[in-house]
Design a protein around this ligand. Structure first.
Ligand code: SF4
Length: 233
């Protein structure tokens, strides 16, 4: 398996795109979405391959601040997404976003525990969506990364930190079966996670990373155990 390299944190244009407005991606808040280029995973079903493989972004940090300056009083929050935002230097970016008065949500695959920990301990992030891709046995196959233990460290840190966060998993029925999700729920429960477990069905697009199509198998939701409260979205 190839290990995916971290993106350079020195990119002059770390931001691939900015979605000016969403009321769906940050619970209870009107927000914009900042799409950071590059990722340290290569998930088979990822439909953001343009963002993942982009050699450069389109916007600088200053472009982002200029955009946000005009949104003060209009938006509540900023969603940091991608790609994988933590492959970039987020401390200074979050400090500036915070200084402008916005709440911050981070979407992360959890491989960079140090970055997540730094942001949480400095109070620079308000809410985190943590992707749980798979248990160790399937993690490398699905994500192209052999760093399950890094993800697991981040999960344990978030549980112990008391930080407001959610866990979510993309389900492609040929890749993850109900048994896999049950194992994942049990792992979450065992480390103390008691929040809602969000499952999202694979969306078929023409350009996901592994060119996978609609699942051939059915995912039988009735086989899911009730270890945690599950919500499909
Ligand atoms: S789905 Fe996977 S490859 Fe795509 S941006 Fe998220 S973590 Fe990266």
């Amino acid at each position: 398996m190839n290990t995916v390299r971290e993106s350079s944190s020195l990119s002059d244009k770390p931001i691939y795109d900015i979605t000016p407005f969403t009321h769906l991606d940050y619970p209870g808040k009107l927000a914009c979405i900042v799409w950071f280029r590059g990722c340290n995973m290569r998930c088979m079903y990822c439909y953001n391959s343009d963002i993942v493989f982009a050699k450069s972004g389109n916007y600088t940090e200053n472009d982002l601040y200029a955009f946000l300056k005009k949104r003060v009083g209009l938006l509540d929050g900023v969603v940091l997404s991608g790609g994988e935002p933590t492959t970039h230097e987020l401390l200074s970016i979050c400090t500036e976003i915070r200084r402008m008065g916005f709440s911050i949500k981070l979407d992360t695959n959890g491989l960079n525990r140090e970055s997540v920990e730094d942001l949480v301990e400095k109070g620079l992030v308000d809410f985190i969506s943590l992707d749980f891709k798979a248990m160790n046995g399937k993690f490398g196959y699905i994500t192209g990364s052999s760093r399950f233990s890094n993800f697991f460290d981040t999960l344990k840190f978030l549980v112990s930190s008391g930080c407001d966060f959610e866990v979510r998993t993309t389900v492609h029925a040929d890749l993850l079966e109900p048994k896999d999700i049950n194992d994942m729920m049990r792992l979450l429960y065992s480390v103390g996670y008691r929040g809602t477990y969000y499952l999202q069905e694979f969306i078929e697009t023409r350009n996901n990373i592994a060119n996978i199509e609609k699942p051939k198998k059915e995912f039988d939701k009735s086989l899911l155990e009730d270890t945690l409260s599950v919500v499909w979205r």
